[in-house]
Design a protein around this ligand. Structure first.
Ligand SMILES: [Zn+2]
Length: 63
């Protein structure tokens, strides 16, 4: 069975295999982003002063 998640940026639904997780340190909540939104999300994220609090494939880091 395929799990579906909504891209937190464009609001479209994708199968989990097509999405990249972004996790805020110290929180359980994970945002999922599709490949198409990934560059925009990443550039927005890097402008944030607290971007180091985020972990995930969006930033090109493991865990
Ligand atoms: Zn998207």
């Amino acid at each position: 069975m395929t799990e579906w998640k909504m891209c937190a940026y464009c609001g479209k639904w994708y199968s989990l295999a097509l999405l990249k997780p972004l996790h805020e340190q110290g929180k359980d909540y994970v945002n999922w982003y599709c490949e198409r939104c990934k560059p925009a999300v990443k550039s927005n994220l890097l402008k944030l002063p607290y971007s180091s609090l985020f972990k995930g494939e969006i930033k090109g880091q493991d865990k």
